[in-house]
Structure formats: structure tokens, C-alpha cells
Design a protein around this ligand. Structure first.
Ligand code: AMP
Length: 425
């Protein structure tokens, strides 16, 4: 099969989630729903594609994400559409469009696939899945601290404890804050323009702060520069100090890392990231921060925003062993012989399924009773019910526990008894 020239394979950077691993996905998704609900978050589901404009405006035209990583295409109606590379801008769009801000604050979460044209490696895919939250609330440091605390609680509930939390402040758009810092970067690099990578030469003109994020190493020219954390205005400094005080109050362990840069332009003030110690190079488990201004920029009220997103693939790679393993198999497997037995099995199966039991049977006329009971073992059924020629003739059913228990004969019409026996595991 593998070498057949006709076989079509999954697209590079995508993968299938197979039945034996899906239990781990359910485990993470259910934990997320449960933890987030305790903090007042409600789920929202938005489309996987949006107008390209939304991301260009929302994330920032000069970011790598928008310039290099989007799956953008023109549809048959000549619209420019993009598969969502992240979900904060879509959630804001949906909340504004559907009037969710009528009553002010909102706490929303989402779970779903995202798409980025990146170089695939372990923990980095082109289609990957994120669980994320967005708290649309007035700018209060207690919000930053509470959502960070929730992200830690979420990981703890998943059993992922070998982690590092770092926080930083991205400053704000006031002239004496980030803008002044942009000027400092431009000054510091004025004599190094020729040595910068082509991307950073453009960044120097359009978006100098993104040079801090350069993967080609241009940041080395800025080593002498004071950090943005040291140079931000008093409003941002106060906000950061208050956020830290609240984190201490909530007993959250963290480290301040003035070098932490997030890849999207909309962040202001607090940013944070949690890395996992058991992951390889792609060790970011979860990241986010404050994005005041985005709601207004997308047509909503002047509400602040604070959120994070976490990669499901990386969470699943970090789970302790044994979590979300597939459970036991069916409650009952019916092994039949002959057409009459098949029809009877079908009716029994329907009746027991109605009563909530997991029942399987196999109508293959080529298989012997013996082969079918082997199959019951492979499926890890708890009980097997024999329905051969002898049983049909005598109007009975033979029930046997798969773990070596005794056989019981049950009147073929006594489904209540059958349900009781199988149901009382
Ligand atoms: P970001 O939206 O870039 O802040 O990413 C948030 C989280 O999503 C990261 O911490 C990762 O866990 C996950 N993530 C981002 N990009 C990818 C990717 N290409 N493949 C898998 N997970 C990703």
C-alpha cells in the first residue's frame, strides 16, 4: 500500500489524528472546557477562513505571520480569503459583528485548527490546533494575573508541571513609550544597515521593534541597548508592577524576561509564555498577553483584551504517560452463525444500544463462531453472546464473561435479564 504510485498522502505539515490517540485529544479538550468555565469563559466557534483584511489589520502588516506564513487564496468570487493563522482577530470580529459587546465585558474561548506556512518539524505543523481564551474587559492588572493563573491551573490539571512561565511588558503606543523605543532602535542600527538581513532592513523602516524577533541574528546589534522594559513609560511600568503584585498574591511562580518577544503586533503591556521542559526546540506550550486597542480597531467599543493560545499538539506531547489511553472495548460482542441468528443479533443489538450499552456483532457469513469469538477478544469485549444454530433451535442465548467467567443460558426473549447481566459490570 505504502509504495503504490496511486496512493495520495496527507499534505506536508498536516497529519491524521488516529482512533488510538483521539482519547488524549478528548482529555485535553474536556479539561480545557471544564477549567475555563470555572473562570466564566464561554465557547465560541468561528469559520476557519476569513477575509484577508482581518488578519492584515488585526495582526499587523509587517509581521512574519502576515508576510510569509498565511494560506491566502482568491475564491471563485474574486475575494481574497485566508485560512486563519490565529484566532484572536476572528473572535474579536465575531464578537463585534454579533453584538456580544452590548453588555460590555465578555470571556470567550475556542478550540480548533489554525494554518501557518511554516517549516514543519516536531511540534510545528502547517495545520495545527489551538485552544485559546480571550477576556474582553477593562484594563486591570488583576485580569492579566487571573488569566495567567488560569493558564497555569489548566496545565496543572493536565498533569503538565515541568514548565517555565516568563512574563514581560511590550509597552504601549503612547509617544513616550514604544514609539520612543523605536527611535532608539533606529539610532542604534543607523551605522549597521549594511550588515542587517534583508528583512531587517525593511523592518528598520517599517516596524523596527520586529528586529528583536529576527531569526537571522540581527538582534546582536542591539545587545547594548537598554530593554524596552527599562524604557517604557510610567503607565506601563505601573501596570507591570501591579500585574506582578497580583501574580504574587495568587502565588504564581514566574520569571521576568525582558527579551521575551511575541510575534504579533497587537500586544501591549503584559506578555507571557509558558515553555515545556519535555519538548524539543519547539518548546512554547502557550503564549499570550494584553491587546488593548484591537477591539476598537475592528469596530468594537474601547474595551481591553487579554488572552492566550496553546498548541494542542504540544500539550498532547507533554501529557504524562497513560493519560487518555483508549478504555476497555464493547460491553457485549454477539457471535452469530447463520442468517436467522444474524437477524436476531441485530434486534438484540438495537434493544441493548437503546438501553445505553455498547454492542458489536459481525454479519460476515464466511467467519466461523470460533473466529468471531477471537474477534471479541481482540475488541476487548467484556461479554460475548453466542447465537448459533443450537441456541436458535432451543430459543436461548449463551452469555459468557470474556475474563473466564461461567457461561449462563438466558431465555432468548428475556432481554431485561441480559441487560442486567451485562450492565452490572
Ligand atoms: P502563537 O499564536 O504564535 O502565540 O502560538 C501559541 C501557541 O500555539 C504556541 O505556544 C504553540 O504551542 C502553538 N503553535 C504555534 N504555531 C504552531 C505550529 N506551527 N505548530 C504547532 N503548534 C503551534
Amino acid at each position: 500500500m505504502r509504495d503504490s504510485p496511486h496512493m495520495i498522502q496527507a499534505v506536508k505539515g498536516t497529519r491524521d489524528i488516529l482512533p488510538e490517540e483521539v482519547g488524549r485529544w478528548h482529555f485535553v479538550e474536556e479539561k480545557a472546557r471544564r477549567v475555563f468555565r470555572r473562570y466564566g469563559f464561554r465557547e465560541i466557534r468561528t469559520p476557519v477562513f476569513e477575509s484577508t483584511d482581518l488578519f492584515a489589520r488585526g495582526i499587523g502588516e509587517g509581521t512574519d505571520l502576515v508576510l510569509k506564513e498565511m494560506y491566502t487564496f482568491t475564491d471563485r468570487g474574486d475575494r481574497s480569503l485566508t485560512l486563519r493563522p490565529e484566532n484572536t482577530a476572528p473572535v474579536v470580529r465575531a464578537a463585534v459583528e454579533n453584538g456580544l459587546f452590548r453588555h460590555g465585558s465578555n470571556r470567550l474561548y475556542y478550540i480548533g485548527p489554525m494554518f501557518r506556512y511554516e517549516r514543519p518539524q516536531k511540534g510545528r505543523m502547517r495545520q495545527f490546533h489551538q485552544i485559546g481564551v480571550e477576556a474582553f474587559e477593562p484594563n486591570e492588572p488583576s485580569v492579566d494575573a487571573e488569566i495567567i493563573e488560569m493558564s497555569v491551573a489548566f496545565l496543572t490539571e493536565l498533569g503538565i508541571t515541568a514548565t517555565d512561565l516568563v512574563i514581560n511588558s511590550a509597552g504601549c503606543n503612547l509617544p513616550h513609550c514604544r514609539q520612543a523605543y523605536r527611535g532608539l532602535i533606529q539610532e542604534a542600527l543607523a551605522s549597521h544597515v549594511e550588515e542587517l538581513c534583508p528583512d531587517c532592513r525593511r523592518r528598520l523602516r517599517e516596524n523596527p521593534l520586529r528586529i528583536l524577533d529576527c531569526k537571522a541574528g540581527c538582534r546582536r546589534f542591539l545587545n547594548e541597548l537598554p530593554t524596552l522594559l527599562e524604557r517604557q513609560g510610567p503607565e506601563c511600568r505601573d501596570h507591570f508592577n501591579e500585574t506582578r503584585r497580583h501574580l504574587d498574591l495568587l502565588e504564581v511562580q514566574y520569571r521576568v524576561d525582558p527579551q521575551l518577544v511575541r510575534g504579533l503586533d497587537y500586544y501591549v503591556q503584559t506578555t507571557f509564555e509558558i515553555t515545556g521542559k519535555s519538548l524539543g526546540a519547539q518548546n512554547a506550550l502557550l503564549g499570550g498577553g494584553r491587546y488593548d486597542g484591537l477591539v476598537e480597531a475592528l469596530g468594537g467599543p474601547p474595551l481591553g483584551g487579554f488572552g492566550f493560545a496553546s498548541g494542542l499538539e504540544r500539550l498532547i506531547l507533554s501529557l504524562p504517560p497513560g493519560v487518555g489511553e483508549p478504555g476497555p472495548g464493547p460491553d457485549l460482542y454477539i457471535a452469530t452463525l447463520g442468517r436467522a441468528a444474524d437477524e436476531h443479533a441485530m434486534l438484540i443489538a438495537r434493544e441493548l444500544r437503546k438501553r445505553g450499552l455498547w454492542v458489536e456483532w459481525d454479519p460476515d457469513p464466511e467467519r466461523s463462531l470460533k473466529a468471531k469469538s477471537r474477534r471479541a477478544g481482540q475488541r476487548q469485549a467484556r461479554y460475548i453472546l453466542f447465537l448459533g444454530e443450537d441456541e436458535i433451535r432451543r430459543g436461548v442465548l449463551t452469555l459468557k464473561r470474556m475474563d473466564g467467567g461461567v457461561q449462563t443460558e438466558i431465555d432468548a426473549s428475556d432481554l431485561n435479564r441480559l441487560t442486567r447481566e451485562v450492565g452490572d459490570a
